[in-house]
Design a protein around this ligand. Structure first.
Ligand SMILES: [Mg+2]
Length: 416
């Protein structure tokens, strides 16, 4: 998987159903919970490692360019690259994508800037499943709903999408298209004359050659296309995107503790560790790694080597559809030899500064959060910040995480 992952976001639509609210502002830039809605979309994608954003603008594009043009402060804060591509006139979703042809990666995510579907995006990007044909051009994230009254249905034949159905006359349950796609750039070859709609013109052509795959996910979904749902988003979005967090120790928990592991050739994943992280991603948890790296204070290795190793870990995880949201490491030790780092600090576990820093930045929901590690000091650090502390021997992470997630599922109602 590419280290730089790209997401193209459609923000060019007129949003006519919102009336005066969009007279001056494109719908995805309407303020929701303290910031333009599309920034919630981008912040969520950044968690999964997306760092290259293409905003496909049209209606009121000047507002988009002013806010997200070169040197935009939001992009700097996010640690991402944002480019605005403007369609000269309304060309439909596929036409807007065609305008960005020169910027697109071989594979990229495409989604709507006026909706959020909260699921594990990396699962949609990861390699083919056994029952999927190799010649796919687009993967569609599907959402099971109880009452598909606003959207049409999607029909599956195994993993392949066989049809899109019109909105049913009476509400009924089924799968809907969430508007989140993982596309190969070759899909552009199927765009004919514009205006052209991806959903109405291009996808039916892909269905004819079995090139459209569906993967179904559960998760919070909101589309601010109608006034009631815009109001609902303004009331609930912040809370809906607050997640419980799993704070994980590294050495002896995710990898075998060989003593001062700091190079890729020394790193051996514990069986089940990657699967445990993916299960947490799928369940909507934030996943954080908090690790004591006293080897830095002792002069055995440099912080940069730790960062290189962690980047490699993220690449390994992405290949199986998993990711870590954020990592903190403590470089100190009171008996170290590198002068400024040879101190008693607040961050070395069982100290809590690494966990507190993550809690301040990410604002997780603490009720179901936990800290898991192979040492008592890991569990103690968790308890000290008011969350469950679990000491689990090396090799036990998958079972322990599975049990936590089962308890979490029992205590929270389904989202749909
Ligand atoms: Mg450990």
């Amino acid at each position: 998987m590419k280290t730089v992952m790209q997401a193209a976001i459609l923000i060019g639509g007129k949003g006519t159903r919102l009336g005066n609210a969009v007279a001056e502002t494109p719908k995805p830039l309407l303020e929701v919970c303290g910031r333009p809605f599309v920034e919630h979309v981008m912040c969520n994608l950044r968690r999964f490692g997306f760092t290259d954003f293409l905003l496909l603008a049209g209606y009121r594009a000047e507002v988009v360019k002013e806010r997200y043009g070169p040197d935009c402060s939001f992009a700097r804060t996010l640690g991402a690259n944002i480019q605005v591509v403007v369609e000269p006139q309304p060309l439909g979703t596929a036409g807007a994508l065609q305008c960005a042809a020169g910027y697109l990666h071989d594979e990229f995510l495409l989604l709507n800037g006026d909706s959020i579907f909260d699921f594990n995006y990396l699962d949609l990007c990861r390699g083919s499943c056994a029952n999927e044909p190799d010649n796919w051009l687009a993967r569609v994230a599907l959402l099971p709903v109880q009452e598909a009254d606003r959207y049409g249905f999607v029909e599956l034949d195994g993993a392949v999408i066989s049809a899109f159905r019109e909105k049913p006359d009476t509400p009924q349950s089924g799968l809907i298209n969430s508007g989140v796609y993982w596309l190969k750039s070759a899909v552009l070859e199927h765009i004919g004359s514009t205006p052209c709609s991806l959903e109405q013109d291009v996808f039916p052509r892909l269905i004819e050659q079995s090139g459209l795959i569906g993967r179904s996910y559960r998760g919070y979904f909101i589309d601010i296309g109608i006034p009631q749902d815009l109001e609902r988003a303004r009331k609930e979005l912040t809370n809906k995107l607050r997640r419980p967090a799993a704070f994980l120790d590294r050495d002896g928990t995710l990898n075998y503790d060989e003593g001062y592991t700091h190079r890729i050739d020394q790193f051996r994943w514990v069986e089940g560790a990657k699967e445990a992280i993916k299960a947490l991603n799928d369940a909507g948890f934030n996943v954080f790694v908090v690790t004591n790296q006293a080897g830095i204070a002792r002069g055995y290795y440099e912080p940069e080597q730790v960062t290189v190793l962690h980047t490699w870990m993220q690449e390994q995880l992405a290949m199986c559809g998993a990711h870590i949201d954020d990592i903190r490491f403590c470089p100190h030790h009171p008996e170290g030899t590198v002068a400024p780092l040879a101190v008693a600090c607040d961050c070395r576990k069982p100290g809590t500064a690494m966990l507190e820093d993550l809690i301040t930045q990410w604002q997780p929901q603490l009720e179901h959060s936990f800290m898991l590690g192979d040492a008592e000091k890991d569990a103690a650090a968790g308890r000290a910040v008011g969350i469950t502390g679990l000491q689990v021997p090396t090799g036990g992470i998958l079972q322990a995480v599975t049990e936590r997630l089962q308890a979490y599922a029992r205590s929270t109602p389904a989202t749909d």
